[in-house]
Each structure stands twice: as structure tokens, then as C-alpha cells.
Design a protein around this ligand. Structure first.
Ligand SMILES: [Zn+2]
Length: 497
């Protein structure tokens, strides 16, 4: 299929024009297809293509994750460039001869998954956490922290402690220089004293400080403001008000432990960062208090990030710290991050019966809160808090999905919490979060039905990221290479077993 350079340039121009035309004309048609199931009148994809940019996933069971959508059997999804250009019954598909085709019989196609609550390591962050200025800038490159997300089908993340490095990393990912998920960046602000070192968080001791921090974060290019536990109510209120006046959302912790939560549920405080934030405040009759919390959240439609996995991992390492060494996915954790887990882990050391009972209580309440928020129709987003000891980037989101189903959600509801719902909250649902014509080709192909068993999201056949097909063997090879480098003696964590 080689041709002259000039012909290639012309072919790319023609294909780009065709892609634009297809996107605009076919959008409504495919939405109807997604809602109504196979449409006998659907028109096939035009037969021309640029050899490098057309991908056809054929005979797949498609789960578009549009609102209320049902699985569509024997569908074909055609991708041109970075976008889905046609969806329809396989028998109606007109797949260009030069397309890369994937026979997806007995496979399931869902949107790329979203982990709405993560933390991404950087050399500066680890110097601050480990209080070790000797960690060199080259210790962690821009690409490695993001690879496990892509390899496990997580194609969008919400970074809940974004630092200035992440602005450039986002750009590197979006321009294709680094393989990684789309990132939503929330920058932290805490009260004085702050719980995390300054640099990871900013500090606002007064309402005016809080307003200034918000203006700074917006000017620097962050997407949202992340509030933290030591803010006073006055400063919290000023931050939420300032952010709202700029059209920027606030997500985060609820300060003032031991005080009523009602005053914190303000218009503009759109998302509680953890179910645990609410669980730890339940002191009286559980059902009544949960109902009271849901009513307070409902006033302004405040949603909930689930982060069930992090509390389960904290319990696990409280009972048995060796799990921080033995969990198989820990080979994909950077050695410097493992130093944090082994040397400065705040969750091991107190394995008392009281502590274990407290954690078990939080875990049970988390489940109850998630069910209550779903029942109230409030936004519920799957998040993991990866980078917290035991919570591994990319892998933990699949555990979170399983935990959501164990908590009482249907597999479909769990998938909603990790696809469309977080993209709606992040304001990117026009671009991604569902499988529809015109939307970005961020897709996850599975070897088994996730609606039958949610753990089937772990049976990954391949990932399409920005239209690029990455089969499982290629993803596994990348993970293997990462693990080998992380295991090399020069990078081995000091406190490894
Ligand atoms: Zn977090």
C-alpha cells in the first residue's frame, strides 16, 4: 500500500475532510441507533480511507453507555482518525478495504473507563512527601505514572492533587508525545496548618487568601479547585463562592470534623471527594444520619466520589502489612512511591481491635452512602485514590467497580459511575464517556460480558485510545517493561523486603 509522499498528503487531507463531514451528518443518526438498537436503514461508512487512520471493530456486542442504552448485538464500530465515524449493524457496514479490522465476535465494547479520583506521582511530590531532597528530577519520568491507566483501559482520570508539572504532562498526553489518559486537574487548597506539605497543596488562612488561591489556580490552568480538611468554614465558603463566580467547580473534603455538615453543602461545592468523608461523621442512628446527609447534598446536587477501594486497602494493610509487598500489581508501582508506602505509611502500626472495628464500620457505611446517593439520583463517580498505600494506578479502578457491585449497585450502574457520569461532571461528555458517532474513539474491548460479571472489565482484549488500537499483548509488553525497570537494582526501594 505504499504510495508517493504527495499522494499520502492528499489522502490525509481528503480523509480529514471526510471525517469532519461524517461526524456532523451521522451524529443524530447514530444516537438514534444507540437508543433504539439496530436500525435497518442505517447507512454504511463510505468506502474510502487513509490506510493509517481507519479502524473497524466488527461483530461486537456494543454497550454505548448512553442514558438507558441496552447492549447492541453484532454491531460494527468504525473509527476514523481519533473519532467514531459510524456505528451500525454489521450486515450494513461498509468497511473500507484498507481499514484495520478487529473480529470482535463474542467480545464486548464499552467506553474507556474513568477513575475520577487519583493522585499522580512526580519527583517534586515525592521529595515533599518523603522529606528527601536527594530524589533526583529524573527519578520519575513524565510517562511512567500514566502507563498503567492506559494498560488497564482507564482513559480519563481526575487528578485530585494536580501540581504545576501536571499542566505540561496533560499537554504532552493530548499532543500524543506521552501515552496517557485525558486528565482533569484539580489543585489543592488547605487551611493553616495544611495536612500535606506546601507545594502539594496551597494554604489559605483567611477568606481573602482563599479567593486569591482560586484566582491563581484558574490563571495557572487548573480545571477545578480541591478543598481540604483544615479550611475554616469562612474560608471554605469564600473559596466556593470565588470559584463559582468564575464558573469553576469545587471538589474535596468536608472540613470541620465534629461540626454539622449542612453549612458546607453550598452551590458550587459539587462533589464530595470520598464516601468516607461522610461515613466518619455518622455518630448516631445510621439510616437517619445517612438520609440527612443525602438531603443536604441534594440541596445543590452535590455528588459523591466513591473511593471504596482505599478504605478496603487500608483495612487490608492494617490486618496484614505484608500485602503491601505481595499484591501482584505492586510491581507496577514506582520504587520511590513504594518507599512512601513502606517508610511513611500512616495506616500501618495500629492494628488494634478498636482500629479494625472502626475501619470495618467505615467500609459498611461507605456502601450504605453510595447506595443512598444512587437512590437519590445524585452524581456518583467511581474513584480510587490511587497512590495512597496499596491503591495501584489503573488496577484499583477495576477493584472499585467490583466493590460498587458488592455494595449493591448493578453492574450497569457501576459502569455508569466509571464512564458517562464522571465525564458529565468533568464537562467533557460532549467528547467522551459514551460510544457514539462523533465522539472520541476511547474504547475498551472485553473478552466477556461486564453486565454478567463486573470483574469481566479486567478481561481486556485491547484498548482504543484517541483512535489508536492497542491490543492486549502490546499493553502487557509495556507493563512488563515497566515492571522490569522498576525492579532494577538502581531503582529498588530502600525498604523493600
Ligand atoms: Zn485523594
Amino acid at each position: 500500500m505504499r504510495s508517493t509522499a504527495l499522494f499520502e498528503v492528499m489522502a490525509i487531507v481528503v480523509a480529514t475532510m471526510a471525517c469532519v463531514a461524517d461526524d456532523s451528518s451521522a451524529l443524530g443518526q447514530a444516537s438514534a441507533y444507540a437508543r433504539a438498537g439496530p436500525d435497518r436503514s442505517a447507512v454504511g461508512e463510505r468506502a474510502s480511507c487513509d490506510v493509517s487512520s481507519v479502524l473497524a471493530i466488527e461483530h461486537v456486542t456494543l454497550l454505548p453507555m448512553t442514558r438507558g442504552s441496552l447492549p447492541i448485538a453484532d454491531a460494527t464500530v468504525i473509527v476514523r482518525g481519533q473519532r467514531v465515524s459510524w456505528i451500525g449493524p454489521s450486515k450494513r457496514a461498509s468497511v473500507p478495504a484498507c481499514a484495520t479490522t478487529i473480529d470482535a465476535r463474542r467480545r464486548w465494547l464499552i467506553p474507556g473507563l474513568v477513575d475520577a479520583h487519583v493522585h499522580v506521582e512526580s519527583p517534586r511530590m515525592m521529595r515533599l512527601i518523603l522529606q528527601d531532597p536527594s530524589i533526583p528530577e529524573e527519578a520519575i519520568n513524565d510517562a511512567d505514572p500514566y502507563l498503567p491507566y492506559i494498560a488497564r483501559g482507564i482513559l480519563q482520570i481526575g487528578n485530585m492533587s494536580a501540581m504545576s508539572e501536571t499542566i505540561g504532562q496533560r499537554r504532552a498526553i493530548e499532543t500524543g508525545r506521552v501515552l496517557g489518559p485525558h486528565t482533569m486537574l484539580a489543585a489543592m487548597v488547605d487551611g493553616d496548618p495544611s495536612l500535606w506539605p506546601v507545594g502539594i497543596t496551597r494554604v489559605a488562612a483567611t477568606p481573602e487568601d482563599g479567593r486569591q488561591v482560586v484566582r491563581d489556580e484558574i490563571a495557572e490552568g487548573y480545571d477545578m479547585v480541591k478543598v481540604y480538611s483544615n479550611l475554616t468554614l469562612d474560608t471554605f465558603t469564600a473559596i466556593v463562592d470565588e470559584a463559582r463566580s468564575h464558573g469553576v467547580k469545587v471538589v474535596g473534603h468536608i472540613p470541620g470534623r465534629g461540626t454539622p455538615i449542612g453549612p458546607y453543602f453550598q452551590a458550587g461545592y459539587t462533589m464530595v471527594a470520598h464516601a468516607e468523608e461522610l461515613a466518619v461523621r455518622v455518630v448516631g442512628e445510621e439510616d437517619a444520619e445517612v438520609a440527612h446527609m443525602v438531603a443536604a447534598a441534594s440541596l445543590h446536587g452535590t455528588g459523591l466520589m466513591t473511593t471504596l477501594t482505599v478504605d478496603q486497602r487500608i483495612l487490608e494493610q492494617t490486618l496484614d502489612p505484608s500485602t503491601l509487598h505481595t499484591r501482584p500489581e505492586i510491581q507496577y508501582v514506582h520504587p520511590v512511591v513504594r518507599r512512601f508506602w513502606y517508610e511513611r505509611n500512616p495506616y500501618i502500626g495500629d492494628g488494634s481491635a478498636e482500629r479494625v472495628a472502626e475501619l470495618r464500620g467505615i467500609i459498611a457505611l461507605n456502601d450504605k452512602l453510595v447506595r443512598a446517593f444512587v437512590a437519590a439520583g445524585l452524581p456518583v463517580l467511581a474513584g480510587t485514590d490511587s497512590l495512597v498505600p496499596g491503591v495501584v494506578a489503573g488496577f484499583a479502578l477495576h477493584d472499585e467497580l467490583a466493590a460498587l457491585v458488592a455494595a449493591g449497585l448493578t453492574p450497569y450502574q457501576a459502569l455508569e459511575a466509571a464512564t458517562r457520569a464522571p465525564c458529565e461532571w468533568m464537562g467533557v461528555a460532549e467528547d467522551r464517556g459514551t460510544v457514539e458517532v462523533g465522539k472520541r474513539a476511547d474504547l475498551l474491548l472485553l473478552d466477556a460480558d461486564p453486565l454478567v460479571d463486573i470483574t469481566n472489565t479486567q478481561r481486556i482484549a485491547g484498548v482504543v485510545t484517541n483512535g489508536r488500537w492497542l491490543p492486549r499483548r502490546e499493553l502487557d509488553a509495556k507493563l512488563d517493561e515497566l515492571a522490569k525497570r522498576y525492579a532494577a537494582p538502581s531503582t529498588r526501594p530502600l525498604a523493600a523486603p
